[in-house]
Write a protein that binds this ligand. Structure first.
Ligand code: SF4
Ligand code: SF4
Length: 362
């Protein structure tokens, strides 16, 4: 991240009434067959061109978006992924999600990115393959982590917590963070939408993944809160862990959804929504004007009362929205900018202190 980008990020962080975060699913193609996912069964060869995506990114910048996450499908399956990532990385804190199969082959496409998130759900190779629906997934993912580290590209591991791996999450966290590899998490969730025009589907209902041992989840939150005191590589905020704890201990949501307020989602065709579970609300090419319309205000009110999902990224950006949350995110961005000013060559150590890039795996 150069100084111009750091300054621009800091300025946009302080802009009021705009989304902080956008997740762009730039492709609907995937080479994995994850058991808890609908994406691979509903692939689409149509997608925006790199030029169209760049135009959309310009509009998101104008709107004041600070963070972009590219996911899919697997975004690195696109031939032009490098061109898109390089363009986005000039302006946004940019994260790319990979299922672990592509990053090692696409190192050059990832040179400018701020973070690459590799999805690793288990250190048991057979279990990982069973979750991902393909063979050799753990070996490929670990190799991707290793290759990126050697190349000096910031890489983090992102397990999706489910009943399948609940009892190994703490050990996995210790294993990776002890090697200086940051960890953040996704939470298994599935789409319960009754909206026939749902933007797109991600999580597939599966009893084996649904967390039934709620006490173990509460204990995990407590353990991570404790571990975080001495481990800066756990990239979960205390607020998020406390919100999860409350959800599983008391069935209580201590947040209100801030879809289309603090975050938005964009699909492979450029359609935007507050999240993926509702009908699309317009086109990325109609931003930033669309953001200030009465239609969007009405949708915001609707989403504010919605309690339909527990996708972790949506919870995170809901919790950290609002004046207090935005201020803390802005402070974080300023801190990054200051660190850059002090020593802009120490890119790795700067980015490893940045906690506000927690996303839902596609
Ligand atoms: S979870 Fe990700 S990697 Fe797995 S099938 Fe879905 S889109 Fe592909
Ligand atoms: S709670 Fe928010 S993110 Fe989840 S389905 Fe409802 S509007 Fe979407």
């Amino acid at each position: 991240m150069d100084l111009g980008k750091a300054a621009s990020v800091a300025v946009r962080s302080l802009m009021p009434n705009k989304p902080h975060h956008a997740q762009w699913l730039i492709t609907r193609k995937c080479n994995y067959r994850c058991v808890g996912c609908n994406v691979w069964g509903e692939q689409d060869k149509n997608e925006l061109s790199a030029g169209e995506i760049k135009k959309g990114l310009d509009l998101l910048k104008e709107l004041g978006v600070v963070e972009i996450v590219f996911s899919g499908g697997d975004p690195l399956l696109r031939e032009d992924a490098g061109e898109i990532i390089e363009y986005a990385s000039k302006y946004f804190v940019t994260t790319v999600y990979d299922n672990g199969s592509m990053a090692a082959k696409k190192v050059d496409a990832l040179r400018t990115v701020d973070f690459v998130a590799i999805s690793i759900d288990s250190l048991d190779a057979a279990k990982m393959d069973a979750i991902k629906g393909v063979k050799g997934s753990l070996e490929k993912a670990l190799n991707s982590v290793e290759v990126l580290r050697k190349e000096g590209i910031n890489v983090a591991v992102t397990p999706t917590i489910s009943q399948k791996n609940l009892y190994e999450i703490l050990d996995m966290t210790k294993y990776f963070t002890a090697q200086g590899i940051p960890v953040w998490y996704c939470l298994y969730s599935f789409d319960v939408s009754t909206d026939v025009n749902q933007l797109f589907r991600i999580g597939k209902a599966n009893d084996e993944f649904l967390i039934t041992d709620k006490q173990a989840m509460v204990d995990l939150c407590d353990s991570l809160l404790e571990l975080k005191k001495k481990n800066k590589n756990i990239l979960m905020t205390n607020q998020l862990l406390k919100a999860l704890r409350s959800l599983y201990a008391e069935d209580k949501r201590i947040w209100k959804c801030r879809a289309l307020q603090n975050f938005l989602i964009i699909d492979h065709l450029g359609r935007i929504g507050g999240c993926h579970s509702h009908n699309f609300a317009g086109s990325v090419f109609d931003l930033p004007k669309l953001w200030k319309t009465k239609k969007f205000d009405e949708l915001r009110r609707l989403y504010h009362e919605c309690t339909q999902c527990t996708y972790l990224c949506y919870i995170f950006y809901s919790l950290h929205g609002g004046p207090g949350g935005n201020l803390s995110l802005a402070r974080q961005q300023w801190r990054n900018a200051n660190l850059l000013l002090q020593n802009h060559n120490r890119q790795h150590s700067l980015l490893s202190e940045q906690p506000n890039s927690i996303q839902t795996a596609p």
